[in-house]
Design a protein around this ligand. Sequence first.
Ligand SMILES: *[C@@H]1O[C@H](CO)[C@@H](O)[C@H](O)[C@H]1NC(C)=O
Ligand SMILES: [Zn+2]
Length: 305
Amino acid sequence: NDVSLLRLCSLPCPLFYWCYQSQFRCDHTCTGKCQDKPLTFRCSGGAQSPVNIVTRSVQRDEHLIPFKLTGYEKKLHGHLINNGHTIQMDLPSSLKIERGNLTVPYKALQFHLHWGKNGGPGSEHTIDGEQFPMEMHVVHIKEEYDCLSQAAKDGTGVAVLGFFFQVLLSEYLKFDPLIDALKNITYPTNRTTLRGVSLDMFLPSRDNLTKYFRYDGSLTTPNCSEGILPFYHNVTCLLSLLQLASFSQLRFSDGNHMVNTYRPVQPLNGRQVYYSRGHAVLISTVLLFMSTLLSSALSLHTQPL
Ligand SMILES: *[C@@H]1O[C@H](CO)[C@@H](O)[C@H](O)[C@H]1NC(C)=O
Ligand SMILES: [Zn+2]
């Protein structure tokens, strides 16, 4: 009854290794005295992420007021790493989100990305079945906690802001520092210093942070803890196809191209997806716009890597 389709494999114990469906080699077996140690990753609960958001079924929630973002405009200076599953950057805890029906401020922990192959479909969440080329997760935890595993034990300890990416027909120059940095972190455990990128740069406009979806979900990687509060924005960040494709040059630990780093959508199991005030207009206009861009993007990247 594993709905996760993330295959869990054990590498040299007690470390564990898991992989995305796209990684066909996941046949490591545990040896030695750790063999009997059970894997404790629960990736098959009833409130798992990601999900497909059906816009016809979302419900408006008056409590979903605009977020207050603190420090998102700050130029970051820190390590960008290839962690074997994605690229990730730790964020200073001076970055915070408040409001948006969160009862207390949450401090930022890290951001990471999920993507497809050469700019093809790669987001984790889908909207009316549409998969976007990339999705960014900005992970926040309650200020009282030090790390994700601690916060994940609290039913409301983690809040994730998710952003979809869309293909832009020209280069989005603001992202060059990030795209350039990818060359230095081709292999897992590689790290590089990233300067001059702020989280704000990813977002087309602050105004759009008033318009978002919300539902109760989970982490999308082991251990898939539930009780996470993802807030999915319906706004999209923009990158050119070339820029998106450069993520496919990164490598997994098995040496293969790091592509399709997303978990498939999981059953809603009766969960309600809510949307914030003033969302309705955006849904129709933005989605139409997105479908057009997606189909042109898909026809462009039919060449293999
Ligand atoms: C990246 O990792 C690979 C494999 O571990 C290693 O051979 C290489 O030297 C690393 N590169 C840098 C820039 O650290
Ligand atoms: Zn994620």
